[in-house]
Design a binder for this molecule. Structure first.
Ligand SMILES: *Cc1c(COP(=O)(O)O)cnc(C)c1O
Length: 361
C-alpha cells in the first residue's frame, strides 16, 4: 500500500493517524461489537461520542459558553440558503462581502430568502484582492453580515476578523476552520463543510451564538430550523454518524498534536515555503493574489506557459502528488495545505517544483 501526497481542495486529505484509528476500530467500535456506522445515534455509546466530540471542539477553540455547536447535513451550500431563513425576518436584509466563487454563490442562494445586499466585492479585480474594510457599505439594520474568510478556489484569505459593529458576523469557514486559533466571540455564526479541514463530506459543523437562535422563527419547516436542531442535539433526524465520528477523531488528533496554535504555526510555515518557491522562480510559477490576502490553506499558482500544465500534472502524479489541478474556474494549479497535509508533503512538493522548473525553464 502506498499513500500519495494529497493536495486536494476537497474532499481533502485526512490525518493518517485518524484513518488508521478508524481502520483499527472499524469492525468493533469501542467494544460495541459493531461498526460505529451500524449503531443507533440515540444509543448510549453514540450519545457519549457526540458529547465528547463537542467538548473537544469547544476546548480546541476555547469556545465561550453562549455558543451552541450543531452537526448538520446538506454541505455548506445548503446553509447558504438556510442561514437567511434562520437569521433574518421575512422581508429582512443582509449584507454580503463577495470575494470569490463561494461568497458569490452564498449571496445568490440567500437572495431567494432575504434582500441580500452586496456590501463590498472584489469581483472587478477578478477576486485577486480583498475590498478594503473602509469601502464596505454596511447597513446597520442588516440582520447579519456574511463573509468567506478563506476563498478556496483563488486562495484568498482574510488574515484579520473584520469589525462590523453590532451586526452579527456570519462566516463560511469551510476551508480554514481549525487552521489556526480563532476568537469565536467575534462571530454570530460560523459554519463549515467538513470535507476540507475536519472529516468526510456530508457533515457541516456550525457554531452559533445562542441569542441568534432566539430570533423569531419564520414559517419554515422544523427540519430547517437551527433552534430546533440545537434543542434536539442535532438529532431531529438521523445524523451523519460516520462523519461525526471521524470529526471527533480529527479533533482528538488536533489536541494530541498540540492544538490550534501549533496548527497555525505549521500552516504558516507550509504556505511560506510554497509561496517562497513560487516567488523565487523568476516567473516560471506565478501567484497573482494580493500579497496580504494570500491564503495559508489554498495556494494557487500558474505556470508561465500554460502549455506546460498537462506535463506538470502528469509528472507530479507520477512523482506521487495528487490533487494539484486548479479549479476549472481559474485554471492552473492549486495546492491545498490543510491541517492533515504534513510539512514533509510540502517539502517534497517544492523540491519537485524546483526540479520541474530547472528542467523546463
Ligand atoms: C467547499 C466549499 C463550499 C462548498 O461546500 P459543500 O459542502 O460542497 O456545499 C462552500 N464554501 C467554501 C468556502 C468551500 O471551500
Amino acid at each position: 500500500m502506498s499513500r500519495d501526497w494529497n493536495f486536494s481542495a476537497g474532499p481533502a486529505a485526512l490525518p493518517e493517524a485518524v484513518l488508521k484509528r478508524a481502520q483499527a476500530e472499524l469492525l468493533d467500535w469501542n467494544g460495541s461489537g459493531a461498526s460505529v456506522m451500524e449503531l443507533s445515534h440515540r444509543g448510549k455509546r453514540f450519545m457519549e461520542l457526540a458529547a465528547a466530540t463537542e467538548r473537544r471542539l469547544r476546548e480546541l477553540l476555547g469556545m465561550p459558553d453562549n455558543y451552541k455547536v450543531l452537526f448538520l447535513q446538506g454541505g455548506a451550500t445548503q446553509h447558504f440558503a438556510q442561514i437567511p431563513m434562520n437569521l433574518a425576518p421575512e422581508g429582512g436584509s443582509a449584507d454580503y462581502i463577495v470575494t470569490g466563487v463561494f461568497s458569490r454563490k452564498a449571496v445568490s442562494e440567500a437572495a431567494y430568502h432575504v434582500d441580500a445586499r452586496i456590501a463590498a466585492t472584489s469581483e472587478a479585480n477578478d477576486f485577486l484582492s480583498l475590498p478594503p474594510r473602509e469601502q464596505w457599505t454596511l447597513n446597520p439594520a442588516a440582520s447579519y453580515v456574511h463573509y468567506t474568510p478563506n476563498e478556496t478556489i483563488r486562495g484568498l484569505e482574510f488574515h484579520d476578523i473584520p469589525d462590523v459593529g453590532d451586526v452579527p458576523l456570519v462566516a463560511d469557514m469551510s476551508s480554514n476552520i481549525l487552521g489556526a486559533p480563532l476568537d469565536v466571540s467575534r462571530f454570530g455564526l460560523i459554519y463549515a463543510g467538513a470535507q476540507k479541514n475536519i472529516g468526510p463530506s456530508g457533515l457541516v459543523v456550525m457554531i452559533v451564538r445562542e441569542d441568534l437562535l432566539a430570533r423569531p422563527p419564520r414559517p419554515i419547516a422544523k427540519i430547517l430550523r437551527y433552534a430546533e436542531q440545537a434543542a434536539n442535539d442535532s438529532m431531529l433526524n438521523t445524523p451523519n454518524t460516520w462523519g461525526w465520528y471521524l470529526a471527533g477523531l480529527t479533533f482528538d488528533w488536533l489536541a494530541a498534536e498540540g492544538g490550534l496554535a501549533v496548527m497555525g504555526e505549521r500552516n504558516a510555515r507550509k504556505s511560506a515555503l510554497l509561496y517562497g518557491v513560487i516567488d523565487s522562480s523568476n516567473g516560471f510559477y506565478r501567484n497573482d493574489v494580493e500579497r496580504a490576502a494570500r491564503s495559508r490553506m489554498n495556494v494557487s499558482f500558474v505556470l508561465h506557459d500554460s502549455a506546460l500544465d498537462a506535463l506538470f500534472l502528469t509528472e507530479s502524479e507520477a512523482a506521487g502528488f495528487i490533487g494539484l489541478k486548479g479549479h476549472k474556474a481559474v485554471g492552473g494549479m492549486r495546492a491545498s495545505l490543510y491541517n492533515a497535509v504534513p510539512e514533509a508533503a510540502v517539502e517534497a512538493l517544492v523540491q519537485f517544483m524546483r526540479d520541474f522548473a530547472a528542467k523546463h525553464g
